[in-house]
Design a protein around this ligand. Structure first.
Ligand code: NAG
Ligand code: NAG
Ligand code: NAG
Length: 306
């Protein structure tokens, strides 16, 4: 019995090694690209398109239910006009013109990763169960690393990984360690900008999640832009000016975060969606600024020690 399971697990692993020269597989009724080697995954994730990734295993029943939804979306939901999806109100002010970080239309690629094959790599090891849907924005150049926030809605259960699979994953890890070099690729820095989907796995909900994530991604790039350019006097745009005013009006970042948290706990119900989004945006900037201060502080301590 044990040997059979062992064989079942190792065979896909060898199949994976054997297929190392093949490109991603695509079937007729879907445009989902099935990842066969790690490099395919990283090529997809780091290009200019947004990527919706499905992590699955062949044994999980929720994964089977998700398949037709994902396949249909990969055929029909591949291009989005984002101009209507992007927020325009920031710091309690609505702007006609905001910095552009991507074209009005964005493409969405669909990728699936079989985690029986990639179980020993970080891309799969991160997940406690399957299926998982992750939305990964393009690898746009950013000048600072900012903290991520995730879009959370009504949570649907994930299937726990059976114990035997955990054990075989360990064995698989050991096998993989024999092939040094492939690990170099296993760089999950894309997680900084990705969004994990937590809602019910239906088409409208997933589409809504994609739209919200794009709006969130725009905010991520905007925060990066504001922080990177606040001292640049030759930049002359309204939002940068408003940001500087907002920042000057803060007495202290921690107090400001605390005020926001209090406002959210007391009045979240009475705020409009736009106001709520804006306040969360301000909270996100404050966390980023606090994070940057902390990094700076640690750098200074290190320098003092030298
Ligand atoms: C936003 O501005 C309006 C006036 O333009 C004001 O009435 C409202 O209280 C402000 N909201 C917040 C959250 O500061
Ligand atoms: C991005 O998406 C478009 C449309 O689906 C596709 O034609 C293009 O090849 C994709 N780009 C890359 C780098 O895969
Ligand atoms: C300041 O802004 C100008 C105008 O957009 C830009 O050309 C320049 O590279 C920026 N300087 C820095 C240090 O970012």
């Amino acid at each position: 019995m044990l040997l059979t399971k062992l064989a079942l697990f190792i065979i896909p692993f060898w199949a994976y090694l054997a297929s190392a020269n093949q490109s991603p597989v695509m079937s007729k009724d879907s445009n989902v690209k099935e990842v066969r080697i790690l490099q395919d995954f990283y090529d997809k994730v780091n290009n200019n398109n947004y990527t919706l990734v499905k992590y699955y295993t062949t044994w999980c029943s929720h994964c089977k239910k998700l398949k037709p939804v994902f396949d249909t979306m990969s055929k029909e939901h591949t291009e989005l006009d984002v101009s209507a999806l992007l927020p325009t109100t920031f710091f309690n002010k609505t702007f006609d013109k905001l910095p552009k970080f991507f074209d009005e239309k964005v493409n969405i690629d669909y990728v699936s990763v079989e985690c029986e094959i990639f179980g020993s790599f970080e891309i799969c090891k991160r997940w406690p169960g399957y299926p998982v849907i992750e939305f990964i924005p393009p690898n746009t150049e950013t000048s600072i690393q900012i903290s991520k926030s995730s879009v959370k809605e009504d949570v649907e259960e994930e299937e726990e990984m059976p114990t035997w699979l955990k054990v075989f994953t360990k064995i698989d890890e050991w096998f993989t360690s024999l092939f040094a070099g492939s690990m170099d690729l296993d760089d999950v820095s894309f997680v900084e900008r990705s969004y994990e989907y937590k809602g019910s796995r239906t088409e409208p909900k997933i589409k809504d999640f994609i739209s919200k994530s794009i709006g969130n991604d725009y905010e991520r790039l905007l925060i990066d832009y504001l922080i990177a350019n606040e001292d640049n006097l030759s930049k002359d745009d309204e939002i940068l000016k408003t940001y500087k005013e907002w920042k000057q009006s803060l007495s202290n970042k921690f107090i400001a975060v605390n005020e926001i948290l209090q406002l959210l706990s007391a009045e979240a119900q009475t705020l409009s969606e736009t106001e709520l989004r804006d306040i969360l945006f301000q909270k996100r900037i404050l966390s980023t600024l606090i994070d940057l201060d902390e990094q700076e502080r640690l750098r200074n301590i290190k320098q003092d020690e030298l």
